[in-house]
Design a protein around this ligand. Structure first.
Ligand code: ACM
Ligand code: ZN
Length: 527
């Protein structure tokens, strides 16, 4: 009888836990105690010296929520202690968070873990500055948890880029893939090549709708010049802002395709030498960097030298997608390169291009990521593959023992429609509601357990041709990225869409408090 009673009681306590702990992404394990802790008198945040920066950021967030922070640290009931622990049982980026009536204690084996614990704490905090009493043990499923943003088609104020990173970090994403160069705009200041931004940073007009036929002639344009770019000063600010939130910024410098803005600025880098103009609508363009001329590689290395000085992370994304080979087929420089290097065809020429850039970046201590087209013609020896045209590229790369980031369009492209209503703003294609993102499984069944280890994570991509404003970006990204955070962080076994919908009721309030213009479609599904 006693046993039955305790099982029932345990069940009630678990329900209680579900009702109160609504953290997204869902933690690995949560034990909930009886009662609540009020954080009403001045709170002392005590931290090891090595994590004082995390503590300061946390104190600032608490203050912004109206909690008073003690001027002088004092140990007592309103103390939150942050500690780096040598406890080997805490995985990298993982943490333990314990809240009792006598205060809160956070332990982790890394500063990132401490940071994630503070984000969980902030999510636990109610609008009346209370938290449940909990013991949380938490760590991520995947090491690479990415969110991408295309600023080539449309760009956004730097304050928005910071907010985007801040909201990502709140969801425990740790990689911001910043797509900085495109046919429609080159957005990163390169001091050695000022025309990249003065010419390539601007297009003469933008599309207001979709092409009604297969040719671009049927696109309707707004007739308004558009453009801009991020200075190196501003980029440094963004990288530092991200670092403080344990987000690594991965810049993407597209090559050899999606190069029309760069070619408009420096036509000598194209096979036909132009003239070219910055593209006015999205798509795939025939004019790409010439792979035959040495000056293309000199240019690329010069650009990358400046990029490396701005972005200290391990990875540089070099694009590699959607590069038509028609110009190379007709170009004497490219054909000479094919002959001199004894290459079989233009696919091997693309591989030559990527290999050469990889070698350069490896010599500087960096690694490349490329879209899955870099498999064609042979993978560069150390490349990480970002699989976007489905999972096939990722599967092939993992079988070749290359690291893989899964970003298959149908599941994780947030420029796809999220609803079928006619009132939805124009989007690229597709239909990817929140439930579909939530159902995504980055490890495909075709991989053995050994091969699956090469899938280091996954990422949502956000292509911006139809997103003119920050508000529109947020509408497309949240709560689909909230769903993705759970795919990336939470244990596979604990994924449960109904439970996610339930927690999203509280999480919607948090997004609102952060002034995020999230989409509300899931309210129809929430009971
Ligand atoms: C891509 O979506 N073109 C990588
Ligand atoms: Zn050429």
């Amino acid at each position: 009888m006693k046993k039955i009673f305790s099982i029932v009681l345990f069940g009630v306590m678990c329900l209680h836990a579900e009702a109160q702990v609504t953290i997204i992404p869902k933690p690995v394990s949560v034990e909930i105690g009886k009662g609540i802790k009020r954080w009403d008198s001045p709170v002392s945040v005590i931290a090891d010296k090595s994590i004082q920066d995390v503590a300061d950021l946390f104190s600032a967030s608490l203050k912004a929520k109206g909690i008073s922070i003690a001027e002088k640290i004092s140990k007592g009931k309103n103390t939150i202690t942050l500690k780096i622990s040598s406890d080997k049982s805490i995985p990298d980026e993982g943490y333990k968070l314990s809240i009792s009536n006598s205060g809160a204690e956070i332990t982790a084996s890394s500063p990132a873990g401490i940071f994630y614990a503070t984000q969980s704490f902030l999510q636990l905090l109610t609008s009346t500055n209370e938290t449940p009493l909990v013991k949380i043990n938490d760590y991520p499923r995947f090491a690479y948890r990415g969110l991408h943003l295309d600023v080539g088609r449309h760009m956004y104020p730097v304050e928005f880029i910071k907010k985007y990173i801040d909201v990502m970090a709140y969801h425990k994403f740790n990689r911001f893939h910043w797509h900085l160069t495109e046919d429609q705009g080159w957005r990163i200041e390169i001091k050695k090549y000022p025309r990249l931004t003065s010419v390539g940073g601007f297009r003469k007009e933008s599309p207001v709708g979709r092409a009604t036929t297969k040719t671009r002639a049927s696109v309707v344009y707004d007739g308004k010049p558009y453009g801009g770019f991020y200075t190196q000063k501003v980029i440094k600010e963004v990288v530092a802002f991200a670092k403080a939130r344990h987000v690594t910024v991965i810049p993407e410098i597209e090559m050899p395709g999606h190069a029309q803005a760069a070619l408009a600025a420096y036509p000598n880098l194209g096979c036909t030498e132009g003239p070219y103009e910055t593209a006015t609508t999205w798509g795939v363009f025939q004019d790409v960097f010439c792979a035959g001329k040495e000056e293309t590689f000199t240019f690329m290395q010069d650009v990358l030298d400046e990029v490396l000085a701005l972005f200290p992370g391990e990875y540089i994304h070099i694009g590699g997608d959607e590069c038509p080979k028609t110009r190379w087929e007709a170009c004497p420089h490219c054909q000479k390169r094919i002959a001199d290097e004894k290459l079989k065809d233009e696919h091997e020429l693309q591989s030559y291009f990527i290999n050469r850039i990889e070698k350069y970046l490896n010599s500087k201590g960096r690694q490349i990521i490329g879209w899955d087209e870099i498999l064609e013609g042979g993978l560069a020896p150390n490349a990480t593959v970002m699989s976007w045209r489905g999972e096939e590229g990722g599967i092939a790369a993992a079988k070749q023992k290359h690291n893989v980031i899964m970003t298959p369009g149908k599941w994780v492209y947030l420029d796809y429609y999220q609803d079928t209503a006619k009132t939805e703003p124009i989007a690229i294609i597709g239909y990817t509601p929140v439930s579909k993102v939530y159902s995504y499984e980055p490890i495909p069944p075709q991989l053995s357990a050994e091969e699956a280890k090469y899938v280091i994570g996954s990422q949502c991509n956000v292509w911006s041709e139809y997103m003119k404003t920050p508000e529109h970006v947020e509408y497309m990204v949240y709560p689909r990225a909230s769903a993705m955070s759970e795919v990336l962080w939470s244990p596979k076994e604990s994924r449960n869409y109904d439970d996610f919908l339930e927690r999203m009721k509280a999480h919607g309030g948090r997004l609102k408090a952060m002034n995020v213009n999230y989409a509300k479609h899931i309210e129809r599904e929430q009971k």
